[in-house]
Design a protein around this ligand. Structure first.
Ligand code: SF4
Length: 401
């Protein structure tokens, strides 16, 4: 499929919307009252610090809702206002935050269900309104919805669209897109649908495996088995790695994407010589600013003396888990929770570990004076962070006034 031509024609269709519907002011008031927090604003204004009794909270200098998420949620709210009686669907979670998704359910925005690993679009009918979430949707989904005669409200973050444009450029130059991401993540699924030949690498270790294959060859069957879910159909490591371009899932660890880019650049230089590099390697910066700022703020915060870190965000939020990774690397005890309900008592907290498993840690809240680092992922409303901070004070027998 000519994905570029399809996208161009979709953008000209009168059933396709990627801007709001003129209800911005009304929606902004509603969003402020539902998701903003006076307490968090106070802490921001007080140099990101709040001390009450023996508890000091240190907030990261950049955290929480990013521009792309705010925009997507506002567009979803506007869609409900603009189409008060139409059936409205969303192809996936609008963002990775349970409270925001729940709020949309309450507004009668219905989520497309997954049956046996596939989304069931049979429920969607001509004339229905379908919202595409902040991390986008695959080109096949867009085509299907367009063919059904739906009204499409596309909230895809422009940073994600930028990555799609990048893989389109790779395709035009006939090079394979090396996508640093998680092959099961919706954003990466969408990005790969716009790519020609592609290979998804999860981390530096997998990238090293690939570059080693480029330089030294290896076991082709083993390679294909290893990346069986993470490459384009018919991918051949012996012929499809002669020219590569780098792209990423926008929420990956920035430093790792950079390392992977440099590794492939060095590899192609070594294999084909510096003068031929441009024929074998393409790189465009596709890391989004918000992800970068939140990670940089986290690197600064973990330099401080902290008793532990609370990392707040949806359990399927990639950018949140990468924030926790930074705390883990610094050997700071850290707990990734998605809501205040995970704090079961002063003695126990339920949290997600980096391997994705849930764990309950006992005696997590130290006695006496404590300094708690707090950050939250790009899809976490300040209200959720406020609830967690208030709970800490409550457990330490402090009331926030
Ligand atoms: S994290 Fe970046 S790419 Fe994702 S929605 Fe926010 S601004 Fe957009």
């Amino acid at each position: 499929m000519d994905t570029k031509a399809f996208k161009r024609s979709l953008h000209h269709s009168e059933n396709y919307h990627r801007k709001g519907f003129g209800h911005q002011a009304e929606v902004a008031t509603q969003l402020n009252s539902e998701y903003q927090s006076n307490l968090i604003q106070e802490i921001r204004d007080n140099n990101y610090t709040l001390t009450l009794g023996n508890v000091t909270i240190r907030l990261a200098q950049s955290f929480g809702f990013c521009w792309g998420v705010e925009r997507a949620v506002a567009m979803a709210y506007e869609t409900r206002k603009h189409f008060p009686s139409e059936r409205i669907w969303i192809t996936n979670e609008i963002i990775h935050n349970p409270s925001v998704n729940q709020r949309l359910r309450e507004m009668q925005v219905e989520f497309i269900q997954v049956q046996d690993g596939n989304k069931d679009f049979s429920v969607v009918e001509s004339g229905d309104v379908v919202i595409l979430p902040a991390f986008g949707a695959s080109v096949q989904e867009m085509q299907l919805l367009n063919d059904k005669g739906c009204t499409i409200v596309d909230t895809t973050c422009p940073w994600v669209s930028k990555v799609w444009n990048t893989v389109e450029k790779h395709k035009k130059r006939e090079c394979t897109s090396i996508i640093h991401g998680k092959y099961k993540h919706e954003e990466t699924i969408a990005t790969s649908s716009f790519a020609g030949k592609y290979l998804i690498v999860l981390n530096l270790k997998e990238a090293e495996y690939v570059t080693n294959y480029i330089l030294n060859g290896g076991n082709r069957e083993e390679f294909l088995a290893k990346f069986s879910n993470a490459c384009s159909a018919g991918f051949d490591p012996d012929t499809d790695l002669e020219s590569v371009g780098i792209a990423n899932q926008t929420t990956m660890l920035k430093s790792e994407t950079e390392q992977i880019g440099k590794l492939f650049e060095r590899t192609m230089m070594q294999k084909y010589g510096t003068v031929n590099l441009n024929d074998h390697f393409q790189s465009f910066n596709t890391i989004c600013d918000a992800t970068q700022e939140r990670q940089d703020a986290m690197f600064e915060l973990v330099e401080e003396k902290l008793d532990f870190m609370l990392v707040i965000g949806g359990f399927n939020s990639s950018n949140t888990s990468h924030l926790q990774e930074i705390a883990e690397e610094e050997k700071i005890p850290s707990y990734h929770i998605d809501s205040v309900e995970r704090i079961l008592s002063e003695n126990s907290i339920e949290h997600r570990q980096l391997d994705g498993s849930l764990n309950i840690t006992e005696n997590w809240l130290p006695d006496g004076e404590i300094i708690v680092g707090v950050t939250s992922g790009a899809s976490t409303p300040d209200k959720v962070v406020e609830d967690v901070i208030e709970k800490i004070f409550e457990l330490k027998a402090m009331a926030v006034v």
